[in-house]
Design a protein around this ligand. Structure first.
Ligand SMILES: *[C@@H]1O[C@H](CO)[C@@H](O)[C@H](O)[C@H]1NC(C)=O
Length: 471
């Protein structure tokens, strides 16, 4: 119901001729009542306006609920309730308007406000994660393709992949926010016929009213054409951005869960936290699991918004209403819960370099074979002969690992084979993990400077506030 209250304030404002009272308002544009008086010139008395103003924060919800039981219409229930509270203003309440004037315009205000709440939270995550990426940009770690160890990457480089997706979400959400316009005053099928009548055929006044209402609600753009509602494609755009964020969070938190399983990386774990009621030693990545659970819900909401738009026949059908009341509200609440949990994760990610190094040691000898061959050839050896030697030794070492459950002993086998004697002194250097990470550290630095920091600059003001919120 509160959104309806918000919209009533809107109606009152638009019909205001003159007022000296200060409002607690949800809009950004200051109201110049004298100017309004001249602009609109409807036959409304100061008395009616003061009466309406005095009712702004005095809403009899009980009475509205009783009305709603009878009329089965939420907006009209409030119109009746307000009319009882303001008998003098009763004849002009909701004049020319339709429910969507109240509901849709308010939804647009709420959507924008919701995005304004979510975006700084997303920025806070980006900020924390970029610090993490920077700190660990040079720490080598196994990279995986097909979920099989491939070449190396770094801890920070992998985090920068998550960051890159989050930046796309920031762009999509900002874009959806900037693209939001106001529905304004449009009437039952969107033609503004009732307002044209209200202004006795003066279309310019209708246009001015439409523009002014949008301005007062803090929107500099409005949808010039609408049906009864603003297009549900707008909801779809917003939900699509939230759903896209869900996909990002799910991927990122799945990665964290995989790494936690390898004991390479962990989400924060309080000293007194209990991982499992039955297995006291466990440290389950429950925050990441919760993020995935919520993110999956976000992803699926996309289908609701898309299908709701798809089934809007002609100027509108009412089968959008119940669905979007759930979808929009849940989309924002779910995104909010997801972001705050993810922020908490990003503020305390724990890295275990020794475990990471051990895992590298298990795989790196295989990855280093190409470099060993190069060194042998440089020392005067034959590439084909060397290749065959390495192939046989690798095969033996692989059997140690897979068939006997032992460590990879390829390097020991290389050391034991006199063929490799000429390059033994170079082996440590060849096996230095930091020579396997390509430009990963430089990429992270470049990425943070060129792409992350400019985005964070937009949120300088709000970041500190949000970071406190998550503790
Ligand atoms: C390498 O040589 C040492 C000394 O001869 C021997 O103990 C060890 O088992 C050899 N390692 C492998 C993997 O063959």
């Amino acid at each position: 119901m509160w959104h309806i209250m918000g919209a009533f304030k809107l109606i009152i404002k638009v019909k205001i001729k003159k007022s000296t009272r200060k409002h607690k308002i949800i809009y950004n544009t200051p109201v110049n009542h004298d100017q309004m008086n001249v602009e609109l010139g409807l036959d409304i008395t100061d008395e009616q306006i003061s009466e309406l103003e005095s009712a702004i924060h005095d809403i009899d919800f009980k009475s509205a609920a009783e009305h709603e039981k009878m009329v089965r219409h939420d907006v009209m229930a409030h119109v009746h309730t307000l009319a009882e509270r303001c008998p003098k203003a009763a004849p002009i309440i909701h004049l020319g308007a339709t429910s969507c004037y109240v509901g849709d315009n308010t939804d647009l205000i709420v959507l924008r406000h919701g995005l304004d709440l979510l975006l700084p939270r997303l920025a806070a995550i980006i900020s924390q994660l970029s610090q993490f990426a920077n700190e660990y940009k040079s720490l080598p770690m196994l990279g995986f393709t097909h979920l099989q160890p491939a070449q190396l990457t770094t801890v920070g480089k992998r985090a920068s992949l998550w960051l890159s997706d989050l930046l796309m979400d920031e762009r999509a959400l900002s874009r959806a926010r900037e693209d939001l316009r106001f529905r304004g005053v449009k009437g039952t099928t969107g033609t503004q016929a009732s307002f044209l009548q209200l202004f006795k055929g003066d279309g310019e006044k209708v246009r001015a009213l439409d523009k002014r209402v949008a301005e007062l609600a803090g929107f500099d753009k409005r949808y010039i054409v609408t049906g009864q509602t603003y297009s549900r494609k707008v909801d779809l755009e917003v939900i699509a951005a939230l759903s896209g964020l869900g996909a990002t969070v799910h991927k990122m938190c799945s990665d964290i869960r995989l790494l936690a399983s390898r004991k390479e990386l962990e989400e924060p774990f309080e000293a007194s936290q209990i991982g499992s009621s039955a297995m006291p030693y466990k440290r389950n990545p429950m925050r990441s699991e919760r993020c995935c659970a919520l993110a999956r819900h976000l992803i699926t909401l996309h289908a609701n918004a898309a299908n709701t738009h798809a089934v809007q026949w002609l100027e509108r059908t009412l089968d959008d209403s119940a669905n979007r009341r759930i979808t929009l509200a849940e989309g924002f609440l779910t995104a909010d819960a997801t972001l705050l949990t993810l922020l908490n994760i990003c503020q305390g990610l724990v890295v275990y370099p020794k475990v990471i190094a051990r895992h590298i040691a298990q795989e790196l000898p295989f990855m280093a074979t190409e470099n060993i061959i190069m060194a042998v050839v440089q020392a005067g050896g034959d590439r084909q002969v060397c290749h065959e030697k390495i192939r046989v030794l690798s095969h033996e070492a692989g059997a140690q690992v897979k068939q006997h459950g032992k460590d990879n002993d390829l390097i020991e086998r290389v050391k034991n084979d006199s063929y490799f004697a000429p390059i033994l002194s170079q082996l440590d250097k060849i096996l230095d993990a930091s020579t396997f990470i390509g430009r990963a550290p430089e990429q992270v630095t470049e990425f943070i400077e060129e792409e992350v920091n400019p985005v964070l600059n937009k949120y300088k003001q709000s970041l500190a506030e949000v970071l406190n919120l998550s503790h």
